[in-house]
Write a protein that binds this ligand. Sequence first.
Ligand code: GLC
Length: 466
Amino acid sequence: MLDKAVHDTAWELLEASVMHFRGKPLGTVAARDTIVQELNYDQVFTRDFAVSAYAYLLADKPDIVANFLLQMVRLQRTERQLDCFRPGEGLMPASFKVKSVDGEEHLIADYGEHAIARVAPVDSGFWWLLVLKAYVRSTGDSTLAEGDEAQRAIRVLLDLSLSTRFDMFPTMLVPDGSYLIDRRMGVYGYPLDIQAHFFAALKMAQSLLVDNEENAPYTEAARRRQQHLAYHMRTYYWLDLAQLNRIYRYDVEQYGHNAANQFNIYPETIPSWLMDWMPEQGGYFAGNLGPARMDFRYFALGNLLAVVSGLATNEQADAIMDLLRARRDDLIGDMPLKLCFPALEDRDWMLLTGMDRKNRAWSYHNGGNWPCLLWLLAAACVRTGATDILEPALESVGPRLARDDWPEYYDGRHGRLIGREARRLQTWTIAGYLIAVQLAEDPSGLNRLGFDVEVQAASCGVEGAV
Ligand code: GLC
């Protein structure tokens, strides 16, 4: 069962990861590994800190979160750009660090221009919105969110996310590696993980905008886009046995409005593994959908975020949990949670990752297991009442993570090995675990994170954990 000593250690480690700026706590560094080369893991990553922020909010320690939220507003770019070498208007940084110059501390932010492969963070602004909403909900204090700075930041984010470009889909078109999966992995185009996050962010933005004349068109645009996006995702991304049967018998080359096969998906592209793997009961959102392209891989982040944010209908949310039950070994494994399934192998790996050694099959982003997602698994289980999934998933992870020094990720089909290049003392692994334990003990905590969905679980019987 869950272990008090592990829990206390996790809190000590989380506190030890805090980075200060001019005397105030501002965020948590990504990892504190002293053995593996640092690269940029000594920085505060926006997406990683979002997990720490949730842990701090659930523990009634909101100060660090407030400081982070305000600082991010100041780091957001607000000038319209025609210069491709400058971060565009609305962008929030992927990460930042503190640098001392002549005894004075400054923040140096990275908008992707220093990152490996120069990937821009599409998700930073989304995380900011999600954390802002959680802050308001859990503290009951809306002064920060209703202030001019934050309101403007929300509008600028919406300008960036809602402006029309070259396509006419409600989904958002992004380059490869623009979020948690920040390496080339064939997740360019319209990846589910981004779409689910986009939906959640729009929902938060709509509820955070103050009711006034300047905000009115933004509130309305966010509302409308959510509706279109939800319809698109629920209809075209959804996969279960019935839908697979439909795709299998699709006609192709259909022109005009009445086409059933809107995206011209060729049935031959259904991978053979899926025909046997799809359970009788259960389903999930496909990994990507675009012209003549359906990525049939399962991605945990997008599917679980869809459950927690309400992008999935109640039936779809239950079906995703059924899939996790039916394919437990593949999707949860020895160490929760498989980031994507199945791994790209052989020629697919060569072509889609560019022969990325870090993303070999069943490693890292390419089918590795990520304990930082434990919080999201817990949140989805709490939302759907799936305590039968959560309890065994949490059963022995605490002591194991502690023994392994809180690694960034695990490798192997079932996640049995510590990731080959995993950082130790990885902060979001620690925070993800803490949130999961807390939600298991008190499911109503999910409301304090601001997702505004009906919570179906009762406590998971992990008393004494916290
Ligand atoms: C890796 C991950 C990325 C994370 C960063 C810091 O680059 O792919 O998602 O934010 O490490 O932990």
